[in-house]
Design a protein around this ligand. Structure first.
Ligand code: ADP
Length: 415
């Protein structure tokens, strides 16, 4: 089956076309046929498409909304000159998988999209006011363009974490507030953490129930996940993706009193406070320079910039905090797995995040650590290390495509 995987942001549309089916999943032989990104939807959009083995197609064109963007992408996908193997017209796309950020307590697994599911995703908007409306735009647009006959599936960022126990997901606020408003931890990056658990299982040959790891997704957004017996038992993002680890522009863990203090003393509105915490905090807030980890590491190295160093040290300190917390919470872990742009590429951050943890017996092999960049999947700890350390490049789109197949063919999870 050729699956179109869609990931819509407020002004962006990312897609992949992946050829996969049950046999491909079993043999791990899924094929990515094309990828695409449209940014700045609503103004002069920037378009980058690429079919496998072909050179990239780049363009800039005004695309007024997600429907126009999807139409533009479909035109390119079905154009024979794009040379996407096996794709000549719309009927060569067999199903569509949509990334949906928030599924609340309602969606604990991926589901086929119908009117009721759409209503359910709309009901989750108050919990993810920035993300779910954008995801819905992709769903509305593809329903209009493809019509009702093509199966469409929603895959939720939150659903992998639906196995968390109450002790992990409840905030210690009056229980009625959870009852009334469903205020609780939901967790995000679920497809990424799930992929990491799956790859770790494949690499080590373990059964799903024997996967006991801490997955560290470190990108511009960052989250940690404690996985015990193959299931998420805790994660660092909570009601929203603002909580937990320090991120590119987000603060992560914070005393809620800071919010009142800021509003009062800076004389700013709640919206402005949250804009500070979401967009002007984290790496950029501390360094005063950038949210880009690569640039910060360069600043630190080349100019010995004090605040760049401080931002990096705080970022690593917070990772360490979660490793300690989750190791205790799960009564010992077998491995720490790094992923995401930073986790997959920065030997320096990996090294500093697990440095001086002799009590835990974590030992990184410097040579292996340096080698693990640019999409390599490998173990980077020494043979003597008490806890293994892995770098595992994430592949959320693969999870989206495989879940789409699974839901459409109505087969239970087989991997
Ligand atoms: P997003 O959350 O937006 O998907 P990514 O997973 O793409 O983010 O990660 C982006 C981050 O990864 C940026 O901070 C970028 O600087 C960082 N990054 C990418 N390559 C490297 C590298 N070689 N060294 C350090 N950081 C890197």
């Amino acid at each position: 089956m050729n699956i179109l995987v869609l990931n819509c942001g407020s002004s962006s549309l990312k897609f992949q076309i992946i050829e996969t089916d049950i046999e491909h999943i079993e043999n791990d032989s899924d094929k990515r046929l094309a990828i695409g990104l449209i940014e700045r939807i609503g103004s002069q959009s920037i378009i980058t498409f690429k079919a496998c083995g072909q050179s990239a197609f780049k363009n800039a064109e005004p695309l007024r909304d997600h429907k126009a963007a999807l139409n533009y992408a479909i035109k390119w996908i079905t154009n024979p000159e794009s040379h996407i193997p096996g794709i000549n017209d719309l009927t060569d796309i067999h199903a569509i998988g949509h990334r949906v950020v928030h599924g609340s307590e309602r969606f604990k697994k991926s589901v086929r999209i119908d009117d009721t599911v759409i209503e359910g995703i709309e009901d989750c908007i108050p919990l993810a006011p920035l993300h779910n409306p954008a995801n819905l735009k992709g769903i509305y647009a593809s329903r209009e363009i493809f019509g009702p006959s093509i199966p469409q599936v929603a895959i939720f960022d939150t659903s992998f974490h639906s196995t968390m126990p109450e002790t992990s997901y409840l905030f210690a606020i009056p229980y009625q507030l959870y009852r009334r408003f469903k205020i609780r931890k939901y967790g995000f990056h679920g497809t990424s953490h799930r992929f990491i658990a799956y790859r770790y299982r494949k690499i080590t040959g373990k059964e799903r129930d024997d996967v006991n790891i801490i997955s560290m997704h470190l990108g511009n957004g960052a989250s940690a996940c404690a996985i015990k017996n193959g299931k998420s038992v805790d994660t660092s993002m909570s009601l929203t993706p603002l909580d937990g680890l320090m991120m590119g522009t987000r603060c992560g863990d914070i005393d809620p009193t800071v919010i009142e203090f800021l509003a009062h003393n800076e004389g700013i509105s709640m919206d402005e406070v949250f804009s500070v915490l979401n967009k002007r905090s984290g790496l950029i807030g501390i360094s005063g320079l950038t949210n880009d980890m690569r640039d910060l590491l360069d600043e630190e190295k080349e100019h010995d910039d004090r605040r760049a160093r401080l931002a990096i040290d705080m970022f690593c300190h917070r990772i360490k905090k979660y490793i300690g917390f989750y190791t205790a919470e799960t009564n010992g872990t077998d491995a720490i797995c790094f992923t995401g742009g930073i986790g997959e590429n920065s030997a320096e951050i990996r090294k500093r995040s697990v440095a001086n943890m002799d009590y835990f017996g974590i030992e990184i092999d410097d040579k292996l650590n340096e080698q693990a960049v640019g999409g390599k999947e490998m173990k980077i700890s020494t043979e003597d290390s008490k806890i293994d350390v892995y770098v595992i490049p994430t592949n959320e789109e693969l999870i989206l495509a495989r879940d789409t197949v699974r839901v459409v063919l109505n087969v239970p999870r087989i991997w």
